[in-house]
Ligand binder design. Structure first.
Ligand SMILES: [Mg+2]
Length: 336
């Protein structure tokens, strides 16, 4: 969600590794590059789509849906699609619903104050940072926060320390959900975005290959996918964050899908509620279905407006709140 903040996990050394000034900013091709200690964060320019005439230009398609949908003006059917990469949290799984309500207060609590701070402004800044990096591995949100601490003259902890504390707090929130699912006290559908199973079944019926990529640590993703009964849909193709954060990214997963199947991006569809997968999918030449899910009100069929606007802004082709119209959605994507 929000502006793209694409960390420079790539390969490039940080521009000025000896720079002792935190928050060092340099203009770079396509955006800006921040350094925080030895951590680098690349922030490409915001790209907001200003043309919101998609509803008008795709009115006929829209009317086929019983629930809400929005087509970007550039949407075209993609009958060649055979590979589908899903994000996990907020896209299929709701086990971690409410995670920003854990991360944001933690950051507010740990951020050094400065004179002139207004709580609402600080909160908005931190939330934008958090949601900007939604879809990437959690460590990147912690790296960005460390940068904020340093900007204010504080001495940031190592991002891993922030991550461990965040996960400790999140665990408190979600443990009862995991326990209920583990003990069969909860129906998995309770923690699946509305219509998920119908969508997955529709994809399997078409013979398309499914992949799961998440910024959550891989062992947790695999465990939670199993609890939700999703492991059978994805088999070996479940990928998540690694201890060595440079060894995983959704971009890498996409490149691997295309390489191993020897196909171009027009065979790929990405479905997610985060900036990262939408942008990476589009950059690879694929179709991007943005899920502007209102996680706290699953089944209500409403857009999360923040996600809707931001995901359209980074090039999503279609935006839906959930999968209540999965059959129509897949037909439209195929050009039927
Ligand atoms: Mg997500």
């Amino acid at each position: 969600m929000c502006l793209r903040a694409d960390c420079a996990e790539s390969n490039k050394p940080i521009a000025k590794p000896d720079c002792k000034r935190f928050g060092y900013l340099t203009a770079a091709k396509g955006g800006f590059f921040f350094t925080v200690g030895r951590w680098g964060v690349r922030l490409p320019k915001r790209s907001f789509m200003t043309n919101s005439s998609s509803l008008a230009s795709h009115d006929i398609l829209t009317k086929r849906f019983s629930g809400r949908v929005q087509f970007a003006h550039h949407f075209l059917p993609c009958p060649k699609i055979r590979h589908v990469l899903f994000d996990f949290d907020g896209t299929l799984s709701l086990i971690r619903e409410g995670w920003p309500e854990v991360m944001l207060p933690m950051f507010e609590e740990m951020l050094p104050p400065t004179s002139g701070d207004e709580p609402a402004g600080v909160r908005a800044m931190l939330l934008d940072d958090i949601m900007t990096l939604n879809g990437r591995q959690t460590i990147f949100q912690m790296m960005k926060f460390a940068e904020r601490v340093a900007e204010r003259g504080g001495v940031p902890l190592h991002p891993l320390e922030y991550k461990h504390e965040y996960l400790r707090r999140l665990e408190v929130r979600i443990q009862s959900r995991v326990n209920r699912l583990s003990g069969d006290a909860a129906n998995p559908v309770e923690f699946l975005l509305y219509g998920s199973i119908a969508l997955l079944d529709g994809l399997v019926a078409r013979g398309w290959s499914l992949y799961l990529g998440s910024g959550t640590d891989e062992p947790n993703v695999k465990h939670e996918a199993e609890l939700l009964g999703l492991d059978g849909y994805f088999g070996e193709h479940i990928y998540g964050a690694q201890d060595d954060y440079k060894s995983f990214s959704k971009k890498q997963v996409i490149e691997r899908i295309l390489r191993e199947n020897q196909v171009d991006g027009d065979r790929l569809m990405v479905i997610g509620d985060g900036y990262v997968e939408i942008e990476d999918g589009k950059n690879a030449g694929g179709l991007a279905v943005a899920v502007a899910s209102d996680e706290a009100n699953n089944g209500a069929g409403r857009f999360d407006e923040w996600k809707r606007k931001r995901l359209l802004g980074v090039g999503a082709d279609i935006v839906i709140p959930d999968y209540r119209d999965s059959d129509v959605l897949l037909d439209v994507i195929e050009g039927k």
